[in-house]
Design a protein around this ligand. Structure first.
Ligand code: DGT
Ligand code: MG
Length: 343
């Protein structure tokens, strides 16, 4: 499964979109199996496993390793691009540019006089050792309490939900994602900026990139999954203190680190209340589940789904009530409906 992720990552660095998606789909199918695959017969009939994937699996089952993956791991370009893209704010294009300049380590980037880092990348380097470490569930819950207190201090009727991997039950994640809204339409607009101010006043805001809403009903639907949604959001780095985290292990940090705090990446998204169910579904993920759900909507139901709405192509309107009335109600609509009711 990790091998498939590595193959997907390598394809992404080579801008091979098709193989990248195929390996990601294979990784997600293998992840969903109840136990590890011990023979090729066990994967017969499973969807999304193409010839390429099966060949890699055969190699692993026969030799205990994949020569293709080993070759990739030793590749200088792959190693450099993987390292560079592990910095917050650095995407594959920037990483490739740095690699072509002959840079191979983070130290070389920081000491190269001709490299201009943007604000996000500067924060990425500054807090690199903290934010490249996984965030635990206990840390996510501690941040949830802080954000909840902050949001409710500003708007007592606000609704806050932990989303992303932690909502799916993951024990560790690379960041912590939250969705927040208020029952009254339009009131969510100023909320995020107030929350940011309050986090700054509390001395826990280490970095903030706020993006205003570009949500426009007339421009819906947007059907490419890669396009992020148009809701107001902010990408933050917050300071989490040791005493705030419950559980045996407390903060995730290096042995010997006696600071008593760590930096954590947090995303806050503030959709208007009438889009909350769609936003919650999209931000709960996983990315692959989101992609599959959109494909299902498009191909099987002639509908377009995104983080803002479900669009009925045959009726040319936004509706999911028609589907809700059907007796053969598909699970995906149920899940969206129940997620919407959660608030
Ligand atoms: P993590 O944080 O690495 O443990 O895993 P997630 O699942 O929390 O992933 P994250 O934080 O990158 O994104 C949170 C959710 O947002 C993800 O589960 C699905 C959604 N999402 C992420 N990237 C995209 C994207 O490019 N397009 C769309 N439409 N949704 C995305
Ligand atoms: Mg996340």
């Amino acid at each position: 499964m990790d091998v498939m992720e590595e193959l997907a990552e390598s394809s992404e660095f080579n801008e091979s979109k098709g193989p990248c998606l195929a390996f990601r789909q294979a990784a997600s199918v293998l992840k969903s199996l109840p136990s590890a695959v011990r023979c090729l017969g066990a994967i017969q009939g499973l969807p999304w496993l193409g010839e390429h994937t099966k060949a890699v699996m055969e190699e692993i089952l026969t030799f205990g390793r994949s020569f293709k993956v080993e070759e990739i791991r030793c590749d200088e370009r792959y190693q450099a691009l993987k390292l560079f893209t592990s910095v917050f704010g650095v995407g594959p294009k920037t990483a490739e540019k740095w690699y072509r300049r002959g840079l191979r380590s983070l130290k070389e980037i920081l000491t190269e006089p001709n490299i201009q880092l943007n604000r996000m990348q500067r924060a990425g380097f500054l807090y690199y050792s903290d934010i490249s470490k996984a965030v635990s569930k206990a840390e996510a819950e501690a941040l949830g309490c802080i954000i909840e207190e902050t949001v409710h201090w500003i708007a007592p009727d606000a609704v806050l939900a932990l989303t992303g991997g932690f909502r799916r039950g993951k024990e560790y994640g690379h960041d912590v994602d939250f969705l927040l809204t208020v029952p009254e339409m339009g009131k969510e607009e100023g909320l995020l900026l107030h929350v940011i101010d309050r986090l700054r006043d509390q001395g826990i805001l280490l970095y903030c990139d706020h993006q205003g809403s570009t949500f426009d009903v007339s421009k819906l639907p947007s059907c490419r999954f890669e396009d992020m949604d148009h809701f107001q959001k902010c990408f933050l780095i917050l300071r989490l203190e040791e005493g705030q985290v419950e559980g045996e292990r407390g903060l995730q940090r290096d042995p010997g680190d006696s600071r008593g705090w760590r930096a954590v990446r947090v995303d806050l998204v503030a959709p208007p209340v009438d889009r909350y169910a769609f936003a919650l579904l999209g931000w709960t993920g996983s990315k692959q589940f989101g992609r599959d759900l959109r494909t299902f909507a498009r191909k099987e139901r002639q509908m377009l789904l995104d983080n803002h709405a479900l669009y009925d192509k045959t009726k040319r309107n936004y509706s999911y009530r028609r589907l809700l009335r059907r007796t053969s109600l598909p699970i995906w609509v149920w899940s969206m409906w129940s997620l919407g009711r959660e608030m």
